[in-house]
Design a protein around this ligand. Structure first.
Ligand SMILES: CC(C)(COP(=O)(O)OP(=O)(O)OC[C@H]1O[C@@H](n2cnc3c(N)ncnc32)[C@H](O)[C@@H]1OP(=O)(O)O)[C@@H](O)C(=O)NCCC(=O)NCCS
Length: 141
């Protein structure tokens, strides 16, 4: 299968990005808001198969010291093909100059990151925005 990875916003179908969030259970994220958010990112990857956007990931950072990987998500029918790990490794390379690279694993995804060499930071905290988030991030495994 020919998978193409691109690191630009050009030709991105924001409706498809929005759909990838939605089908992965992250709720409705309107295309125009998603576009505005992604355009603040220094680094991003979009994965395409036969011209169809099937997954993405991006970073948020302060340009000098601190950086986070966020919004790594693949269409369910294309998960398990190495796309998520390829995007993550490419973003890790982009973030090499920063002194700190972090992410928050979605519930149930810690194993994916640990397999790829990420280590759990026992001192990380999140300010809970909802009861749901409180539950999710205290039961995360
Ligand atoms: C998590 C996610 C990004 C992984 O992407 P992917 O393309 O399916 O993963 P890959 O095919 O690159 O998998 C790499 C390895 O991680 C393993 N892996 C994948 N998901 C895993 C999980 N939840 N727990 C443990 N291992 C996992 C795979 O089995 C694979 O192992 P292998 O190399 O021994 O075969 C993808 O499943 C996804 O989009 N999930 C829904 C959105 C989400 O939760 N994103 C994470 C946000 S923090």
């Amino acid at each position: 299968m020919n998978i193409q990875y691109r690191n630009t916003f050009e030709e991105v179908d924001w409706n498809q990005v929005s759909k990838i969030f939605e089908v992965n259970g992250w709720g409705a994220r309107p295309p125009e808001k998603v576009k505005a958010a992604f355009q603040k990112s220094s680094f991003m990857r979009f994965a395409y198969i036969e011209g169809q956007l099937v997954g993405m990931g991006r970073t948020i950072d302060d340009g000098v010291y601190y950086a986070w990987v966020v919004d790594l998500a693949i269409l369910p029918e294309f998960q398990g093909l190495g796309i998520g790990s390829t995007i993550l490794k490419e973003l890790e390379k982009d973030l090499e100059p920063f002194i700190s690279t972090m992410l928050t694993a979605a519930p149930g995804k810690s194993g994916f990151y640990e397999k790829l060499g990420w280590i759990k930071q026992s001192a990380a905290y999140i300010w809970p925005r909802s009861e749901k988030q409180k539950r999710e991030f205290t039961d995360n495994c």
